[in-house]
Design a protein around this ligand. Structure first.
Ligand SMILES: [Fe+2]
Length: 306
């Protein structure tokens, strides 16, 4: 049995006063929001407790679906790189970026390049290649029976927008990867920061290219889609001609309990082949009232046609 941990939206703290010229942008609003509201939710003992719990549950692989940082300062990317190295080796951890990881336009070398080993994709030569730019998405990593396919929806947006975009080129590569790995009989797990299903109303927080993404999934199929962004637990289904694809979201990995959003959780998936189907058991582990321990909150099963 192969186990996969899914966590998201770490929103790592330690945000100090940057040089003033670094704040002359959308970052100014994000910096205020961090210090007035978000810091009290995300900074503290919760995320270290989650990492400690992962050391006990020992998944075979861990995925982090974006929003590691807050306002995309180069220093934040460096701190997040150090946090990732503490979490695990690049071979054991996969990362995709979220909207906060592209809060404003930042040079690749000062931003996502620092996590490139965690976004490395399998090359045709049999080796993994670190991400080198937007053209490296989606990446594909074979792990056990899984094909992990990491999509990037991270693109700088105007102030007050936390939406996401996927380029046409990326959607084309996604279709090809899904078709190839589907023919190989792998369990295709698509990682995407923004939830790909539309909300009740279109908002400034949504995936702008959601319909195009859903069309690719409908045409090529997938076994599971994992997302973050909402800071809420979520389970939905994406209908396709070949059946429905589970779409599962996790809350922020660092969140204390609050009125609006769910407290910190992560999901532990157990994959097993059962005849013609994939049997996927999901353990929901959440922070307890002490804020320094995670415990099993609930379990549910997903059954997906192979
Ligand atoms: Fe987000």
């Amino acid at each position: 049995m192969f186990t996969l941990a899914h966590l998201s939206d770490t929103h790592l703290g330690g945000l100090r006063m940057p040089r003033l010229d670094a704040l002359l942008s959308k970052r100014f609003l994000g910096f205020l929001s961090w210090h007035l509201r978000r810091k009290a939710i995300h900074e503290g003992p919760v995320l270290p407790a989650l990492v400690a719990d992962l050391r006990d549950t020992r998944p075979d692989h861990t995925v982090v679906t974006g929003d590691l940082v807050n306002i995309s300062l180069p220093g934040e990317f460096a701190r997040a790189a150090a946090w990732l190295r503490n979490l695990g080796a690049p071979r054991d951890v996969s990362v995709i970026p979220g909207n906060h990881d592209a809060y404003v336009a930042v040079a690749w070398a000062e931003s996502l390049a620092l996590w490139a080993d965690y976004m490395a994709g399998d090359g045709a030569d049999g080796f993994e290649h670190p991400a080198v730019g937007p053209e490296s998405f989606p990446f594909l990593r074979h792990r056990g029976p899984l094909a992990l396919i990491g999509v990037s929806t991270a693109a700088p947006m105007p102030p007050h927008s936390s939406g996401g975009r996927i380029s046409q080129e990326q959607l084309g590569r996604l279709a090809t990867l899904l078709a190839c790995t589907g023919q190989q009989g792998l369990c295709r797990v698509v990682l995407i920061h923004h939830p790909p299903l539309p909300g009740r109303r279109t908002t400034h927080k949504e995936l702008i290219d959601g319909l195009a993404f859903r069309n690719v999934i409908a045409a090529e199929g997938a076994e599971l889609i994992l997302h973050g962004h909402t800071h809420l637990s979520g389970l939905a289904r994406l209908s396709t001609p070949k059946g429905s694809v589970p779409v599962v979201g996790v809350p922020s990995a660092s969140a204390r309990p609050s009125k609006e959003k769910d407290h910190a959780r992560y999901h532990l998936y157990h994959f097993a082949r059962d005849g013609k189907d994939w049997q996927i058991g999901v353990d929901v582990r959440g922070v307890d009232q002490s804020l320094s321990n995670f415990r099993l909150e609930s379990r549910f099963d997903l059954r997906v046609p192979a």
